[in-house]
Design a protein around this ligand. Structure first.
Ligand SMILES: [Zn+2]
Length: 74
């Protein structure tokens, strides 16, 4: 497996895992009325964004070379 493929899988797993954590933490935060748990669910939302940036950055970096970028987009 090349590094773009493994980074893509890491990005996707990060997004899925953090969506799962966001939902669980928000649910438990609201039923238990815990502000700390709700705040931590918002932290998971920002982690989804970070994983999305990993995914998008990897997608851009994996593009092959073109006339502007002869050696690729790494
Ligand atoms: Zn280019």
């Amino acid at each position: 497996m090349d590094r773009y493929k493994s980074t893509k899988i890491a990005g996707i797993l990060g997004i899925i895992g953090n969506i799962f954590l966001l939902v669980i933490k928000a649910f438990i935060g609201f039923i238990s009325n815990s502000q700390a748990m709700i705040a931590d669910s918002i932290n998971s939302a920002s982690d989804i964004f970070a994983s999305l940036m990993t995914f998008i950055g990897n997608k851009i970096a994996s593009k092959p070379g073109d006339s502007d970028h002869n050696f690729g987009h790494r």
